[in-house]
Design a binder for this molecule. Sequence first.
Ligand code: XBP
Ligand code: MG
Length: 313
Amino acid sequence: MSGETPVGQPEWPPARGMGRFGTARTLLAGGGACAPPDGPCVHDVRGKRVLVQGSDDAAAGTPTVGSGRLQAVIFDVDGTLADTERDGHRPAFNEAFDRHGIDLDWDVEHYGSLLRITGGHRRVAADLKDRGWDPDEADRVALEIHKTKTALFVERVNAGAFDPRPGLTEFVDGLVEAGIRIAVATTGRRDWAVPLVRHLIGDVVEVMITGDEVTRLKPDPEAYLLALQGLGLDASSAVALEDSAVGTAAAAGAGLATIVVTNGYTVGQDFSAAAMVLPGYDEGSADGTVQGDLGPLTAQRAIDLHAAWWRYH
Ligand code: XBP
Ligand code: MG
């Protein structure tokens, strides 16, 4: 998604009658070729250039349908890999407002309410319009602010301002040890998402879809569908890791079983579409959705949950 981000995209939660998503098969049907098969390459997914690091399945461009085994985990970024919203994006937006001479300062609570609008540019534009700005002017200024905010956020990422959520590193290590592949599907911009993900979990990510590759942001399932296509997997072979109801709707819309790790902004949201809700990687069930066995999220637990989910779906 580039500077000309359509601002007509629905907010979350959707109004009555909205929120209809395509199915995984619709987007997977296109396939694609990627060579060489066993080295990093750029994979053509529906005309979009997506980085794929050495995946035979992706090279074949053919989804591995219904293998039954958990083969990949697709991670959201903001709020899921690190707590980046309240003390990361929010102050960067505020500094950008300041630099552009706009008398606006998003406090913690107001920013939380704006998170229903995915995509920084759309978030700024919507708030300016709410404050009575002319819509065209709001869109124009929002683009400028977002450009500045992206540059400021990249600086913070490169300065090492963000740590992985507790228990994430151990979970990812366990996935790698178990031979489970890792992908990312975020609606944030590639400029900061790539260095942030590398900083948080290293070079284990095979396919990375960002807001730059999609035409519609979450809760639309496009980012997850593109990640599945990049992996060459059917939705039944993967699990999504999310922190928010918007993201869970996107993952569920792609047909994925979803594990939720909540945070301060998202705890209490409606996660009825999720397979499991946890307060973090290193803690047990948040709300009784899992019976007994409270403990850290491990690769084995993800494997078991995935198997159980697909026994009943
Ligand atoms: C969260 C978002 C993003 C970020 C800000 O993405 O909706 O808009 O808040 O990033 P996710 P940008 O949870 O899918 O990672 O300003 O780059 O949009
Ligand atoms: Mg998120």
